[in-house]
Design a protein. Sequence first.
Length: 237
Amino acid sequence: MKHSYMKSMVVACLATLSFIGFNATATAATNYKVVKGDSLWKLGKRYSVTIDDIKKINNRQGDMIYIGETLAIPSETKVLAAETTEPSTAAPANTVKPEAKPEAKPAEQETPAVSISASEKDLLARLVEAEAKGESYEGKVGVATVVLNRVDSPKFPDTVTGVIKQVVGKAYAFSPVQNGSINKPASEDSKKAVEQALTRKDRLDDSIYFYNPKTATDNWIRSRAVIKTIDHHVFAK
Protein backbone atom coordinates (compact mmCIF):
# COMPACT_ATOMS: atom_id res chain seq x y z
CA MET A 1 0.00 0.00 0.00
CA LYS A 2 2.81 2.36 0.92
CA HIS A 3 4.73 1.62 -2.30
CA SER A 4 1.63 2.22 -4.42
CA TYR A 5 1.08 5.63 -2.76
CA MET A 6 4.70 6.75 -3.35
CA LYS A 7 4.54 5.60 -6.98
CA SER A 8 1.39 7.64 -7.51
CA MET A 9 3.03 10.75 -6.01
CA VAL A 10 6.08 10.46 -8.31
CA VAL A 11 3.89 10.08 -11.41
CA ALA A 12 1.84 13.15 -10.37
CA CYS A 13 4.99 15.27 -9.89
CA LEU A 14 6.37 14.28 -13.28
CA ALA A 15 3.07 15.13 -14.93
CA THR A 16 3.09 18.55 -13.29
CA LEU A 17 6.65 19.31 -14.39
CA SER A 18 5.76 18.55 -18.01
CA PHE A 19 3.69 21.76 -18.08
CA ILE A 20 6.42 24.06 -16.80
CA GLY A 21 8.73 26.11 -19.09
CA PHE A 22 12.10 27.37 -17.91
CA ASN A 23 13.48 30.89 -18.47
CA ALA A 24 17.21 31.45 -18.58
CA THR A 25 18.83 34.81 -19.05
CA ALA A 26 22.49 35.17 -19.89
CA THR A 27 24.06 38.60 -19.77
CA ALA A 28 27.39 39.42 -21.42
CA ALA A 29 29.32 42.59 -22.13
CA THR A 30 31.60 43.80 -24.92
CA ASN A 31 34.48 46.19 -24.19
CA TYR A 32 34.53 49.16 -26.56
CA LYS A 33 37.15 51.94 -26.82
CA VAL A 34 35.58 55.36 -27.46
CA VAL A 35 36.71 57.25 -30.57
CA LYS A 36 36.03 60.78 -31.79
CA GLY A 37 32.41 61.29 -32.83
CA ASP A 38 31.01 58.57 -30.56
CA SER A 39 28.05 59.18 -28.26
CA LEU A 40 25.94 56.98 -26.00
CA TRP A 41 23.11 57.26 -28.51
CA LYS A 42 25.30 56.05 -31.38
CA LEU A 43 26.70 53.14 -29.33
CA GLY A 44 23.23 52.14 -28.19
CA LYS A 45 21.99 52.13 -31.79
CA ARG A 46 25.03 50.15 -32.98
CA TYR A 47 24.71 47.44 -30.32
CA SER A 48 20.87 47.51 -30.04
CA VAL A 49 20.83 48.52 -26.38
CA THR A 50 19.51 51.58 -24.57
CA ILE A 51 21.56 54.50 -23.26
CA ASP A 52 20.39 53.60 -19.72
CA ASP A 53 21.70 50.04 -20.21
CA ILE A 54 25.17 51.36 -21.07
CA LYS A 55 25.15 53.87 -18.19
CA LYS A 56 24.00 51.22 -15.70
CA ILE A 57 26.66 48.63 -16.55
CA ASN A 58 29.37 51.34 -16.43
CA ASN A 59 27.97 52.91 -13.22
CA ARG A 60 27.47 56.30 -14.94
CA GLN A 61 25.11 59.12 -14.05
CA GLY A 62 25.77 61.59 -16.89
CA ASP A 63 25.73 61.16 -20.68
CA MET A 64 29.24 62.37 -21.45
CA ILE A 65 31.85 59.93 -22.76
CA TYR A 66 35.50 60.62 -23.51
CA ILE A 67 37.83 59.70 -26.34
CA GLY A 68 40.12 56.80 -25.40
CA GLU A 69 38.09 55.45 -22.48
CA THR A 70 36.85 51.85 -22.53
CA LEU A 71 33.14 51.22 -22.01
CA ALA A 72 31.38 47.94 -21.32
CA ILE A 73 28.52 47.46 -23.80
CA PRO A 74 25.85 45.08 -22.46
CA SER A 75 24.21 42.42 -24.54
CA GLU A 76 21.40 40.20 -23.30
CA THR A 77 20.28 36.83 -24.67
CA LYS A 78 17.07 35.22 -23.45
CA VAL A 79 16.33 31.49 -23.95
CA LEU A 80 12.81 30.20 -23.34
CA ALA A 81 12.25 26.42 -23.18
CA ALA A 82 9.18 25.30 -25.11
CA GLU A 83 6.31 24.08 -22.98
CA THR A 84 5.65 20.38 -23.43
CA THR A 85 1.90 20.89 -23.39
CA GLU A 86 0.20 24.09 -24.51
CA PRO A 87 -3.02 25.08 -22.76
CA SER A 88 -6.08 25.20 -24.96
CA THR A 89 -6.97 28.69 -26.23
CA ALA A 90 -10.26 27.71 -27.81
CA ALA A 91 -13.25 29.68 -26.54
CA PRO A 92 -16.50 27.92 -25.57
CA ALA A 93 -18.93 27.49 -28.46
CA ASN A 94 -21.40 30.02 -27.07
CA THR A 95 -18.75 32.64 -26.20
CA VAL A 96 -18.39 35.74 -28.40
CA LYS A 97 -14.78 36.91 -28.68
CA PRO A 98 -14.40 40.68 -28.14
CA GLU A 99 -13.37 42.65 -31.19
CA ALA A 100 -9.67 43.46 -31.12
CA LYS A 101 -8.89 47.15 -30.80
CA PRO A 102 -6.21 48.58 -33.10
CA GLU A 103 -3.04 49.48 -31.24
CA ALA A 104 -2.37 53.18 -30.97
CA LYS A 105 0.83 54.21 -32.73
CA PRO A 106 3.25 56.11 -30.50
CA ALA A 107 3.94 59.71 -31.44
CA GLU A 108 7.07 60.06 -33.52
CA GLN A 109 9.88 61.95 -31.82
CA GLU A 110 13.14 63.12 -33.27
CA THR A 111 15.98 61.23 -31.69
CA PRO A 112 19.13 63.30 -31.04
CA ALA A 113 22.14 62.10 -33.01
CA VAL A 114 24.40 63.56 -30.31
CA SER A 115 23.95 63.11 -26.58
CA ILE A 116 25.29 65.77 -24.21
CA SER A 117 24.72 66.39 -20.52
CA ALA A 118 21.91 68.58 -19.22
CA SER A 119 24.44 71.15 -17.97
CA GLU A 120 26.04 71.43 -21.42
CA LYS A 121 22.61 71.78 -23.04
CA ASP A 122 21.91 74.68 -20.70
CA LEU A 123 25.32 76.28 -21.42
CA LEU A 124 24.79 75.95 -25.18
CA ALA A 125 21.24 77.33 -24.96
CA ARG A 126 22.51 80.37 -23.00
CA LEU A 127 25.18 81.00 -25.66
CA VAL A 128 22.54 80.74 -28.40
CA GLU A 129 20.32 83.19 -26.50
CA ALA A 130 23.18 85.69 -26.10
CA GLU A 131 24.50 85.38 -29.67
CA ALA A 132 21.17 85.16 -31.52
CA LYS A 133 18.73 87.10 -29.38
CA GLY A 134 16.25 88.73 -31.75
CA GLU A 135 17.20 86.34 -34.57
CA SER A 136 14.78 83.80 -36.04
CA TYR A 137 14.48 80.23 -34.76
CA GLU A 138 16.50 79.09 -37.79
CA GLY A 139 19.24 81.54 -36.86
CA LYS A 140 19.36 80.16 -33.32
CA VAL A 141 19.65 76.60 -34.64
CA GLY A 142 22.51 77.82 -36.86
CA VAL A 143 24.50 79.17 -33.90
CA ALA A 144 24.05 75.90 -31.97
CA THR A 145 25.07 73.95 -35.08
CA VAL A 146 28.34 75.87 -35.40
CA VAL A 147 29.27 74.93 -31.82
CA LEU A 148 28.53 71.24 -32.46
CA ASN A 149 30.48 71.37 -35.74
CA ARG A 150 33.45 72.72 -33.82
CA VAL A 151 33.23 69.82 -31.36
CA ASP A 152 33.49 67.45 -34.35
CA SER A 153 36.35 69.42 -35.95
CA PRO A 154 39.98 68.55 -35.06
CA LYS A 155 40.71 72.30 -34.99
CA PHE A 156 38.70 72.85 -31.81
CA PRO A 157 38.17 71.25 -28.36
CA ASP A 158 36.27 67.96 -28.17
CA THR A 159 33.45 69.07 -25.84
CA VAL A 160 30.69 71.68 -25.93
CA THR A 161 32.06 73.29 -22.78
CA GLY A 162 35.59 73.33 -24.21
CA VAL A 163 34.43 74.98 -27.44
CA ILE A 164 32.32 77.64 -25.74
CA LYS A 165 34.97 78.54 -23.16
CA GLN A 166 37.94 78.34 -25.55
CA VAL A 167 40.42 81.21 -25.23
CA VAL A 168 41.85 82.58 -28.47
CA GLY A 169 44.77 84.92 -27.91
CA LYS A 170 43.81 87.05 -24.92
CA ALA A 171 40.04 86.74 -25.25
CA TYR A 172 37.30 84.11 -25.32
CA ALA A 173 36.21 82.79 -28.72
CA PHE A 174 32.62 83.94 -28.08
CA SER A 175 31.97 87.50 -26.91
CA PRO A 176 29.04 86.56 -24.58
CA VAL A 177 31.52 84.58 -22.48
CA GLN A 178 33.82 87.61 -22.42
CA ASN A 179 31.15 90.16 -21.45
CA GLY A 180 29.15 87.85 -19.16
CA SER A 181 25.87 87.90 -21.11
CA ILE A 182 26.08 84.09 -21.36
CA ASN A 183 25.10 83.95 -17.68
CA LYS A 184 21.56 85.10 -18.46
CA PRO A 185 18.90 82.33 -18.71
CA ALA A 186 17.98 80.96 -22.12
CA SER A 187 14.56 81.37 -23.72
CA GLU A 188 12.40 78.39 -24.67
CA ASP A 189 13.20 79.05 -28.35
CA SER A 190 16.92 78.82 -27.64
CA LYS A 191 16.45 75.56 -25.72
CA LYS A 192 14.40 74.09 -28.57
CA ALA A 193 17.02 75.29 -31.08
CA VAL A 194 19.68 73.30 -29.22
CA GLU A 195 17.52 70.16 -29.31
CA GLN A 196 16.98 70.68 -33.05
CA ALA A 197 20.71 71.14 -33.68
CA LEU A 198 21.47 67.92 -31.77
CA THR A 199 19.49 65.91 -34.35
CA ARG A 200 22.21 66.97 -36.87
CA LYS A 201 19.72 67.10 -39.75
CA ASP A 202 21.30 70.24 -41.21
CA ARG A 203 24.97 70.78 -40.38
CA LEU A 204 25.23 73.93 -42.53
CA ASP A 205 27.88 72.16 -44.64
CA ASP A 206 30.04 71.84 -41.49
CA SER A 207 30.25 75.61 -40.94
CA ILE A 208 32.51 76.45 -37.99
CA TYR A 209 32.18 80.27 -38.03
CA PHE A 210 29.39 82.83 -37.92
CA TYR A 211 29.58 86.62 -37.82
CA ASN A 212 27.58 89.79 -38.37
CA PRO A 213 29.05 91.52 -41.46
CA LYS A 214 27.80 94.91 -40.22
CA THR A 215 29.71 94.74 -36.95
CA ALA A 216 32.64 92.40 -37.64
CA THR A 217 36.00 94.18 -37.53
CA ASP A 218 38.22 91.20 -38.32
CA ASN A 219 39.03 91.05 -42.02
CA TRP A 220 40.24 87.44 -41.71
CA ILE A 221 36.77 86.16 -40.90
CA ARG A 222 35.47 87.77 -44.08
CA SER A 223 37.91 85.67 -46.11
CA ARG A 224 36.22 82.40 -45.09
CA ALA A 225 33.99 80.55 -47.56
CA VAL A 226 30.39 81.66 -47.01
CA ILE A 227 27.86 78.82 -46.71
CA LYS A 228 24.65 80.60 -45.81
CA THR A 229 23.25 83.88 -44.50
CA ILE A 230 20.48 83.70 -41.90
CA ASP A 231 19.07 86.98 -40.62
CA HIS A 232 22.07 89.11 -39.54
CA HIS A 233 24.58 86.25 -39.39
CA VAL A 234 26.83 84.86 -42.09
CA PHE A 235 27.79 81.21 -41.62
CA ALA A 236 31.14 80.14 -43.05
CA LYS A 237 33.90 77.55 -42.87
